[in-house]
Design a protein around this ligand. Structure first.
Ligand code: AMP
Ligand code: MG
Length: 406
């Protein structure tokens, strides 16, 4: 039975749960999903500090200051970043202060150094500084807690950690962070014609590129890839090698799922106890795709054609991995103007490899050229997929279409 892309996605995602948590060092947390809400145990910044190099003063002392009639204040000391100021700024006084240094008691504003002038020589006592500008109370001061308040929920469970998130966690003193475990994804290529990348070319044989595209895709989604190598089109060997992937969260096979005489994967999967939920999807490329579960492992029998297996991964495996990681597949689709005519069969969803770019206020999209499902180059050139839905029968140059970026 052939089902739609959406139905297939629904069936796959339905049973998936987020994997359990693990604690990782902050420097290993990039791209991981938080397994718990994070609350701040301190204010950020933790003390009032200067946003400028300048002078910490009392705003009322420079009321009415201007270039023409500057006020002069007595400089009673210096505060560098990292210092703890001991003096109090009293009426008529100022302290020289550097960006990030704590604001001293008594001061309620900072005048930036560009708005001041100090006397020619520092030996003159008392040292005076001329202030050329009025300032508001609080001006150029970063208040304690203005970024984050103690006790505040900083990030929610499921947030995908970027370097900015990691920086904030570092500010909070979190050397470790609790994240969802990474799923393990085993990849088994199948086919009598396959040799591995380091084997000598032989007549009739091709190198298993799917092994490497799929391992790469799994890693790029944040999973831990595991290479199970190549299995011949032989039921015994297939069953043996497929079993090696059953400790993993996800097992991907490639090839052997269409209707050829040597397409044995579906039957072998069923034979070892896989509960197969579907095996044909109304899409191009990628029509054959056997999906099922065996114990706790999700099994995807991906098609053998290099483009089909990658597009199927993008649409079905990627969302599954992300869900295990506690994340959403939030890519979505954008509108674009197509630059060529496309003929299409109704009832099937098409995914054309395309180059989409922003041009004069719209996205404009063009296919990468020949779209045969064996042409891996079409995928390597593409930055996106043009998505033509089931009901559409053609697209004409200038039509608006949906595009999914890769
Ligand atoms: P199959 O579905 O097994 O008939 O495979 C369909 C097409 O994909 C055939 O032309 C295969 O040679 C090719 N193919 C299958 N597996 C791989 C692989 N691992 N790497 C590259 N091409 C493959
Ligand atoms: Mg085959």
């Amino acid at each position: 039975m052939m089902i739609s892309v959406q139905e297939a996605q629904g069936i796959i995602l339905k049973g998936i749960k987020v994997l359990g948590p693990e604690v990782v060092k902050l420097e290993n947390a990039l791209g991981r999903a938080l397994a718990e809400d994070v609350y701040s145990n301190s204010d950020i910044p933790s003390f009032d500090n200067s946003a400028m190099d300048g002078y910490a003063i009392r705003a009322e002392d420079v009321r009415g200051s201007s270039r023409q009639s500057p006020k002069a204040l007595e400089v009673i000391g210096d505060i560098k970043a990292g210092d703890v100021p001991k003096k109090t700024v009293k009426g008529g006084q100022a302290m020289r202060i550097m960006t990030g240094a704590p604001v001293p008691r008594g001061a309620d504003a900072v005048v930036m150094v560009e708005e001041t002038e100090k006397p020619e020589t520092r030996v003159q006592k008392p040292e005076l500084v001329k202030i050329f500008k009025e300032v508001e109370k609080g001006e150029n001061i970063r208040k304690a807690g203005e970024d984050i308040k103690r006790g505040e929920c900083v990030f929610q469970k499921g947030a995908r950690l970027t370097s900015a998130h990691i920086g904030l966690l570092a500010s909070l003193g979190q050397a470790e962070v609790k994240v969802a475990k990474r799923p393990t994804v085993a990849v088994l290529a199948t086919g009598d014609e396959l040799i591995d990348v380091d084997e000598k070319a032989r007549p009739g044989k091709i190198r298993s590129s799917n092994t490497y595209t799929l391992l790469g895709e799994a890693a790029s989604c944040g999973a831990i890839p595991k290479n199970l190598g190549i299995a011949k089109d032989d039921p015994g060997e297939l069953a043996k090698k497929i079993r090696k992937g059953l400790g993993c969260d996800i097992l991907l096979t490639s090839g052997g799922v269409s209707v050829g005489d040597y397409d044995l994967v579906k039957d072998v999967l069923a034979g070892i106890g896989t509960d197969i939920k579907f095996w044909k999807i109304a899409m191009r490329p990628g029509k054959p795709l056997a999906f099922g579960t065996i114990k706790d492992t999700l099994v995807f029998g991906l098609p053998g054609n290099p483009v089909s297996s990658m597009v199927s991964f993008e649409l079905f495996v990627r969302p599954a991995i992300l869900k295990m990681l506690g994340q959403n597949d939030d890519k979505g689709e954008v509108d674009a103007v197509i630059g060529e005519d496309i003929e299409k069969k109704a009832g099937i969803r098409y995914f054309l490899r395309a180059i989409t770019r922003w041009d004069n206020g719209n996205f404009v999209t063009n296919t990468t050229g020949p779209q045969g499902s064996g042409i891996l180059k079409s995928m390597a050139l593409a930055n996106s997929l043009i998505v033509l839905p089931e009901e559409v029968e053609k697209a004409e140059k200038g039509d608006k279409v949906k595009v999914r970026f890769l």
